[in-house]
Design a protein. Structure first.
Length: 151
């Protein structure tokens, strides 16, 4: 009895969260969904891909803090199903990282942005941030000794 209550509350917590996520409407393609240069696919979509011509746009929801999956409302409107990145090896990113990477790619002169370039830029930006943080830590560790030596 206890298990049922816990699983029901876990399910309802997820459903509650999904209900408040931003809505995106997309047409299902043979390769899944594409949202802002990122592709999403799961085997759960296969039955709908087979009859996609007769279906309307799907209601998708995604968490701006973690774009590694979207929640797809089934055509009957009964449940949201999680659909991950098409390439599962990609790291989770936020919508803000994604927008910054796209802006940086455009600034570098790229007219077309593809998924590989997007994730390469996100990785490059994360590396710059890590290097800056490491240099800052080293500088704060060295600085007190430099101040003492000046006295």
């Amino acid at each position: 009895m206890q298990r049922t209550a816990n699983s029901r509350s876990a399910h309802s917590q997820t459903a509650f969260l999904v209900d408040f996520l931003p809505v995106i409407r997309r047409t299902l393609r043979r390769t899944g969904f594409t949202i802002d240069h990122v592709q999403y696919y799961s085997n759960v979509l296969k039955p709908w891909i087979a009859r996609r011509d007769g279906l309307e746009k799907f209601v998708l929801r995604r968490d701006p803090r973690d774009l590694s999956r979207v929640w797809v409302l089934d055509p009957d409107g009964h449940a949201y199903l999680p659909v991950p990145y098409r390439m599962l090896s990609r790291p989770p990113i936020s919508v803000w990282e994604q927008r910054a990477a796209i802006a940086r790619l455009r600034q570098d002169g790229r007219a077309q942005v593809d998924e590989n370039a997007l994730f390469a830029m996100v990785e490059q930006m994360r590396q710059i941030t890590e290097n800056a943080a490491a240099k800052t830590r080293r500088a704060t560790l060295v600085r007190p000794f430099e101040v003492i030596e000046q006295w």
